[in-house]
Design a protein around this ligand. Structure first.
Ligand SMILES: [Zn+2]
Length: 93
């Protein structure tokens, strides 16, 4: 009865991918912010879309909202210090 001599530890284990149990919350999910529309006034004839609390930096950002009240959700580039990232701004009902 021949001995199995080639089953040493490690001989058949391929290295598992290191991202197998990485956190699932990071890069694939879109970043969603809540915004509110600011109507034009006498000094500023354009609609604005304000993000009072950026999900990235927790600061406030203001974007243009050319569609005015028709704005429901728009992709914008956040104005975070240190670099903006694309995010989806949903207008609060
Ligand atoms: Zn930000």
């Amino acid at each position: 009865m021949p001995l199995e001599t080639r089953n040493g530890p490690g001989s058949s284990t391929s290295q598992a991918r290191p991202d197998a149990d990485a956190t699932t919350s990071a890069t694939n999910t879109p970043i969603v912010a809540t915004g509110r529309l600011i109507p034009p006034d006498s000094r500023r004839p354009r609609w604005l879309l304000a993000v009072d609390r950026c999900p990235l930096c927790e600061q406030r950002h203001t974007h243009g909202a050319p569609a005015g009240l028709d704005t429901t959700e728009v992709h914008r580039l956040s104005h975070c210090q240190g670099g903006g990232k694309p995010y989806l701004v949903k207008v609060a009902a």
